[in-house]
Structure formats: structure tokens, C-alpha cells
Design a binder for this molecule. Sequence first.
Ligand SMILES: [Zn+2]
Length: 141
Amino acid sequence: MMPADRQDNNERVNADRPADYRAIDYRAVRRFIPLSRVLELLEFHPTRSQGSNRRGHCVLCSSAKPESSTNKTQTCFAADLSRDIWYCFGCRRGGDQLRLWSLASHKPLYAATKFLCQSTGLTIPWIESAKPTSSPPSPSH
Ligand SMILES: [Zn+2]
């Protein structure tokens, strides 16, 4: 008979890394789904726009704030759409569009990215595993 705790352990490991685990090409996802698209999905409404910069309520922490929040907290979230980066001065978090989506959807990056592709109708760009036997890595000069 298998000890119960050992089985639990296996399930926990497999939860984030399924048997058919394949690596997602995160760079391709970032290229196909810009920060502006993620902000759209998260229903972010900027209170200030200047060039590629957006300021507004943070989609991560603004719900916790009371309605009598000051001007400062209303623009705590800053995004630069030309560079696909964001930072929140309220919850002091920042990153790229995938990290924002991961935090907003409360999923680890891997699951969140899969979910994002499904939400936007993008075919998940998998990284095909390299076959080490076919061609040895060429030495660089
Ligand atoms: Zn925030």
C-alpha cells in the first residue's frame, strides 16, 4: 500500500507540471499579446494618457481601496505601452504583461499564459524540445 503523504506529494508536483509538460515561448506570447491587450482584458481604464504612457487605477490593488481614495492612489498604476512594462506605486509591483496577467488571474505564470492564449484565441507557441543527437552544437568563433 502506498503511504498517503507520498501520493499527495506527487499530485502537488504534477499540478504545475503536467505529464505532457512543454515549454511555452514566452517571448512569442509577449510579441503577439502586448500590454495594451492585457490591460484591455483586465478592463483597465486610464485616467491619464500621455504618448505611450498610461496612468490609472491599479487592476491589482485598487479594489481594496475605499472610494474616498486620493488622486495619488487613483493614478498609482503606471504603464508604458511602447515597452510593455508596468509598475504600481500602490502595491509596489511591476513587470511585463505576462506578470500582470499572472497576478490578476491568480495563476502561476505557466498556467496564466496558457489561459491568456485561450482568452485571446492565440495558439500557444510551444518551444519544441531540441533533439541533441541530430546536430551537435556548433562552436562559436
Ligand atoms: Zn497596485
